[in-house]
Ligand binder design. Structure first.
Ligand SMILES: *Cc1c(COP(=O)(O)O)cnc(C)c1O
Length: 388
């Protein structure tokens, strides 16, 4: 293959971005390196001793290279889960006495870690409205160290006003962190937008097949170095079998995300017009409050949407039961469509009051659009709506 792989298009990079000098006896796929330890080379620092917990087997190296290339960043690490990527990053970059500014609607596990655990280490936080950068100013403190965002928030599908948040962060010397799970590097590249560190639940869209738990941290070397050292101590390494599956899943990322972008938009438009539907949250809809922003920033709007029915919680429960193709389960980004009521699954961490404040009512339905035929998905949703 030609040597200038960074100039290639996204789909080519997913197939061909292997680090130089890796041969693997000419195997087309990266074999699974089933060895916990490796013979000692020359004298090395602790973090470069070859040992699988230190995330440095050939399986890890290949993934780190792929993810760096796909997000056009400086470096990347894979981790044992999305929560491991998030908690390790926050623990590596924040210390006692620091303050964190957090977008007001985020993944439930992250919300739980920030609100229940960081304070035990003397790290305080405040939530802000990411669509309104003015709210950052009023929440900023002398000891604010970093800003935490989600590229499309879970499950309300809000989009932060990136340029003003990034400007604010640069002016005030704050580290910017973003959970890029819902957009994926296909739809959005945080490093290109000027964000310091991007985090992923690779369990979801990156792997795409609902068969592993994994995470990723991608970004600037100056932050990835200390995060890597913390990861080595906390031990959130990705097993090499899971590395192999993640690499395989990544090879079809562009294809999968393009289809999900298209099907989710069609479904969002269909739901919005349906008489039984109260409202739909999807950044691809013109009615979405940040539609123009999302259109400028993203290649596509992703496969995730949420909505409410006019019949409230009883209609929502009936609907979820009546849907046949979308399986009733949390998680997202897989080849199969998944449907869930976030108040009882992904966001059960929060109190009902905090959920209601940001719009996560008990009857909110979240749909992760899979790769089934679009017309079958539409027919199934239509049928389920007729039966409520
Ligand atoms: C699932 C998810 C996480 C947590 O990832 P795990 O792999 O389950 O640990 C974090 N952020 C978002 C947006 C998610 O959907």
């Amino acid at each position: 293959m030609s040597n200038n792989k960074t100039a290639m298009h996204f789909d080519t990079k997913t197939i061909h971005s292997k680090p130089e000098g890796m041969d693997f006896s000419k195997a087309v796929n990266t074999p699974i390196f089933q060895s916990s330890t490796y013979e000692y080379g020359e004298k090395a620092e602790y973090d470069s001793i070859k040992y699988a917990r230190l995330n440095n087997t050939p399986n890890h190296d290949v993934l780190h290279h792929m993810l760096t290339t796909l997000e056009e960043a400086e470096s990347a690490l894979v981790t044992s889960s999305g929560m491991s990527a998030i908690s390790t990053t926050l623990l590596a970059l924040l210390s006692q006495g620091d303050h964190l500014l957090v977008q007001s609607c985020i993944y439930g596990g992250t919300y739980g870690f920030i609100t229940q655990d960081l304070p035990r280490f003397g790290i305080t936080f405040d939530f802000f409205d990411a669509a309104n950068a003015e709210s950052l100013k009023s929440k900023m403190k002398k000891n604010t160290k970093a800003i935490y965002l989600e590229s499309i928030s879970n499950p309300m599908m809000r989009v932060p006003n990136f340029s003003s948040v990034i400007d604010f962060a640069k002016k005030n010397n704050l580290i910017t962190l973003i959970d890029n799970t819902y957009t994926t590097p296909y739809n959005f590249k945080p490093a290109v937008a000027g964000i310091d560190v991007s985090l992923h639940s690779a369990t979801k869209q990156l792997n795409g097949h609902s068969d592993i738990i994994a995470g990723a941290i991608i970004g600037k070397n100056q932050y990835l170095k200390p995060i890597g050292k913390m990861l080595n101590k906390l031990g959130g390494c990705l097993d090499t079998h899971a590395c192999y599956l993640l690499e395989r899943g990544l090879k079809t990322l562009g294809l999968r995300v393009r289809q999900q972008n298209q099907s989710a938009l069609t479904i969002a438009e269909f739901l919005k017009e349906h008489s039984a539907v109260l409202g739909v949250n999807y950044p691809g809809l013109k009615s979405h409050p940040e539609h123009d922003l999302a259109k400028k920033l993203f290649v596509g709007f992703g496969g995730m949407l949420s909505f409410r029915l006019k019949g409230g919680i009883s209609a929502a429960e009936k609907f979820v039961k009546n849907v046949k193709l979308a399986l009733h389960a949390p998680s997202s980004g897989g080849v199969e469509s998944l449907i869930t009521l976030p108040a009882f699954t992904t966001h059960a961490f929060m109190t009902a009051e905090s959920r209601n404040e940001i719009g996560i009512t008990d009857d909110l339905i979240r749909l992760s659009v899979g790769l089934e035929d679009e017309s079958d998905l539409l027919a199934d949703l239509k049928n389920a709506l007729e039966k409520i």
